[in-house]
Design a protein around this ligand. Structure first.
Ligand SMILES: NC(=O)c1ccc[n+]([C@@H]2O[C@H](COP(=O)([O-])OP(=O)(O)OC[C@H]3O[C@@H](n4cnc5c(N)ncnc54)[C@H](O)[C@@H]3O)[C@@H](O)[C@H]2O)c1
Length: 464
C-alpha cells in the first residue's frame, strides 16, 4: 500500500492541500502555539475560544500575546488561520483533526469541566462534517487524567452517536513546551502520541511529524496521556525533596550539596526554592493521586510532597526568613510569574509570598510583564516602579529572574542594610554595597550567604 492509500497518508494530503483543516478547541498557550506551528507548514487552522480578546489577537496574527519573551517567535500575520467565539463556525471548515487545548485545571486541582463543555459541541461539528475518505480524529493535547478518556471523551462521542474507531479516531498527544525561551518548542521536543486504536496512533504519528522533529509513539492513548503526568511527577518529587532537605538540614548549605551531587552522571540539578509553581508540575501529583487513589498506600510519598508544597513559602518563612525580615517595614516582591520572562503566574510562589508578608506595613510587587492594574488585581497589593523601588525598601524578595532584573548594575540601586532573599541565586555574584544582607534560598547563612561560597559552584552534568 502506498502512503497516500493509508488513512494517515490521505489525511496528511488533505491537510497539506488545505482541503481539510485543523480545529483547535481553546486558543491559549497550547492551542495558539499549535495553530502557529501547523499554519507555518501551510496547514489551515480554525480556532475556537470563549474569550473574544484571545480570538481577536489570533485574527491579528498574535499567537502568544502572553508569552513576552518569545513574542517575535509567534507572530505571523499571513498564516492560514482564523479564530472564532462561535463554535458553529467550525462546521463548514472540513475539520479533519480536532485538537483539544482547553484548561484542565481549576486553581490547584485537575478539572475536566472545560473538556466536558466542548465535547458535545465538537461532536456536533464532527457529525455535520463530511470528509471524503477520511476519518476525523480527536486529539487531547491538554494534560489529563488518562481515565478521562473513558469517563468523558469516549462516552460523549458514544452519546452523540459517533462510534470511536469507526466514525472518529481518538488519541492523546500531551504537550511539554517550555514557553520561557526558545529552546524547548513544539518543533524540538520529542512528542509522545498515542491513539485508542493502532490506526489512530499511526495517524497521529504522521500528523505530528509535520511539525515535530521527533515523534515517539506510545502503546496507546492512555500511556501517552499518563506519560505527561508521570514525567512531571518525577520532577515534582525531586523539587519537593530538595525543599524538604533544605528545611530538614538547616546547618547544611543544601544548595551547594545539591550542586555537588549534580556532578554525578545520573543526578539532575535541583535548587531549593520558595515553592513549586506553574501550570504543570504542581498539578502532576494531584493527577497521579486521582488516577491511583488518594488512599493508595504506595502513593504516600506523593501525598506528603503535596502537603509540603502547599503554602511552602510560609514554611520557609517560619524556619529561615522571618528572622531576616524581622525589621523590614517595606518589602518589594520582584516577579509575579513563576518562571523568568514569561507572563505566567499560576500557583506562583510570589502569590504565597505576598500572602505570607501581607502584614508588612509597605508591601509592593513588581513584574515587568504585568501592568500595575494586573499586579493589584492578582495580589491585592500596590505595584512598585522598578528599579526606583529598590532604593527605598528594607527587603527584596527576588522570586523570578526576569531579564530587567538581570541588567548589569542593577545592584547599585540597593542601599546598605537592605535584606535580599533570592529564590535561585540569580544575584549571587552581584557586588552589593557593604551592609546589604543577601540570602540565597537553600543556603544556611542568614546574614550574607555568599560568604560561604568561596569557589565557583559546579555545573550539573545532566541539566541546568
Ligand atoms: N502552558 C503550558 O506551559 C502547558 C504545557 C503543557 C500542557 N499544558 C496544558 O494544556 C492545557 C491548556 O493550557 P494553556 O496553558 O494553553 O491554558 P490557557 O489558559 O493559556 O489557554 C486555555 C484557553 O482555553 C480557553 N477556554 C477555556 N474554556 C474554554 C471552553 N469551554 N471552550 C473553549 N475555550 C475555552 C481559554 O479562554 C483560553 O484561551 C492545560 O491542560 C494545561 O495543563 C500547558
Amino acid at each position: 500500500m502506498t502512503e497516500n492509500e493509508t488513512l494517515a497518508g490521505r489525511t496528511i494530503e488533505a491537510l497539506t492541500s488545505q482541503s481539510a483543516a485543523i480545529g483547535v478547541w481553546g486558543c491559549g498557550h497550547i492551542g495558539a502555539s499549535a495553530m502557529y506551528h501547523f499554519s507555518q507548514r501551510g496547514i489551515r487552522c480554525v480556532g475556537y475560544d470563549i474569550v473574544a480578546s484571545r480570538v481577536a489577537e489570533i485574527q491579528d496574527g498574535r499567537f502568544l500575546s502572553t508569552d513576552t519573551a518569545g513574542i517575535e517567535r509567534l507572530l505571523a500575520t499571513r498564516a492560514p488561520v482564523t479564530a472564532t467565539t462561535d463554535w458553529r463556525d467550525l462546521k463548514g471548515q472540513q475539520i479533519a483533526v480536532h485538537l483539544i487545548a482547553v484548561p484542565t485545571e481549576r486553581g490547584a486541582e485537575p478539572s475536566s469541566a472545560a473538556l466536558e463543555d466542548i465535547m458535545p459541541l465538537m461532536c456536533e461539528v464532527i457529525r455535520e462534517t463530511r470528509l471524503d475518505g477520511l476519518i476525523p480524529v480527536v486529539v487531547v493535547e491538554s494534560t489529563i487524567q488518562p481515565t478521562w478518556l473513558d469517563t468523558v471523551v469516549l462516552p460523549k462521542l458514544h452519546a452523540s452517536g459517533l462510534r470511536p474507531g469507526i466514525d472518529v479516531l481518538v488519541g492523546a498527544a500531551p504537550r511539554r513546551d517550555w514557553f520561557s525561551g526558545s529552546k524547548h518548542t513544539l518543533e524540538t521536543l520529542p512528542r509522545i502520541v498515542g491513539g485508542t486504536t493502532p490506526e489512530a496512533t499511526e495517524l497521529l504519528a504522521a500528523f505530528y511529524s509535520l511539525v515535530c522533529g521527533d515523534v515517539v509513539p506510545a502503546r496507546d492513548a492512555y500511556h501517552a496521556a499518563f506519560t505527561k503526568v508521570i514525567e512531571n511527577l518525577i520532577r515534582f518529587q525531586g523539587l519537593a525533596l530538595a525543599n524538604s532537605l533544605s528545611l530538614a538540614f538547616p546547618q547544611y548549605d543544601m544548595t551547594h550539596v545539591l550542586r555537588l551531587a549534580s556532578t554525578k552522571w545520573n543526578i539532575p540539578l535541583y535548587h531549593p526554592s520558595m515553592g513549586i509553581g506553574g501550570h504543570c508540575i504542581p498539578l502532576s501529583p494531584r493527577y497521579a493521586l486521582a488516577e491511583g487513589g488518594w488512599d493508595n498506600t504506595y502513593l504516600e510519598p506523593v501525598r506528603q510532597a503535596v502537603e509540603l508544597n502547599d503554602g511552602y513559602f510560609g514554611k520557609l518563612y517560619a524556619q529561615r526568613l522571618r528572622v531576616l525580615f524581622r525589621d523590614c517595614r517595606s518589602i518589594v516582591v520582584l516577579g509575579l510569574a513563576y518562571t523568568a520572562d514569561a507572563k505566567m503566574h499560576k500557583l506562583s510562589p510570589a502569590l504565597d509570598a505576598v500572602e505570607c508578608l501581607k502584614d508588612t506595613p509597605r508591601l509592593r510587587v513588581h513584574d515587568p510583564y504585568y501592568t500595575p492594574e494586573e499586579v493589584e488585581d492578582l495580589t491585592g497589593v500596590a505595584s512598585a516602579s522598578f528599579p526606583d523601588c529598590l532604593e527605598d525598601v528594607d527587603g527584596i524578595v527576588l522570586v523570578t529572574a526576569h531579564a530587567p532584573y538581570m541588567e548589569p548594575g542593577i545592584e547599585r540601586h540597593i542601599q546598605p542594610g537592605t535584606v535580599i532573599v533570592d529564590n535561585f541565586g540569580a544575584w549571587r555574584d552581584r557586588p552589593f554595597a557593604q551592609g546589604v544582607r543577601y540570602h540565597e534560598v537553600g543556603r544556611p547563612g542568614v546574614e550574607d550567604s555568599r560568604s560561604a561560597v568561596r569557589w565557583p559552584e559546579p555545573s550539573s552534568v545532566v541539566t541546568e
